[in-house]
Ligand binder design. Structure first.
Ligand code: FES
Length: 135
């Protein structure tokens, strides 16, 4: 018999990497650690919208993060290659978005893999008009 070692139950594989997302035009940078599924807020877990929402950065998201509107349109100025591939439903919704660019994504669907820092511009029309006072 082999000596039994205490074996920790294997938790979900999470990337130990940390990376940063800087949101323009405010220039606020947040540091992203390993994903915590318990902390998931809005959109796809680990999406730009999810991280923004957890850090009190306002991005409009009328449909609640289900790729059913285009109000969470953002422009990924840096780090786009590290983001999840765009899916057809996201593409369809982006076609409705004003000011579409080659770096446009829906913040609720765009999930960075953490391999590089991101710079994300929130277009003027998507900045929440009713900015909440910080709490
Ligand atoms: S919140 Fe509606 S598509 Fe992202």
């Amino acid at each position: 018999m082999t000596e039994q070692q205490s074996v920790k139950p294997k938790e979900k594989e999470v990337s130990p990497k940390t990376y940063r997302i800087t949101f323009l035009p405010e220039g606020k940078t947040i540091e992203i650690g390993p994903p915590d599924p318990e902390a998931h807020h809005e959109g796809e877990p680990g999406s730009i919208l999810d991280w923004a929402d957890r850090n009190d950065i306002s991005i409009d998201h009328a449909c609640g993060g289900f790729a059913a509107c285009s109000t969470c349109h953002v422009i990924v100025r840096k780090g786009l290659d590290s983001c999840s591939e765009i899916q057809e439903d996201e593409e369809d919704m982006l076609d409705e978005a004003p000011g579409l660019t080659l770096q446009s994504r829906l913040a609720c669907q765009c999930v960075p893999d953490g391999s590089e820092d991101l710079v994300v511009e929130i277009p003027a029309w998507n900045r929440n008009l009713a900015k909440e006072a910080s709490h």
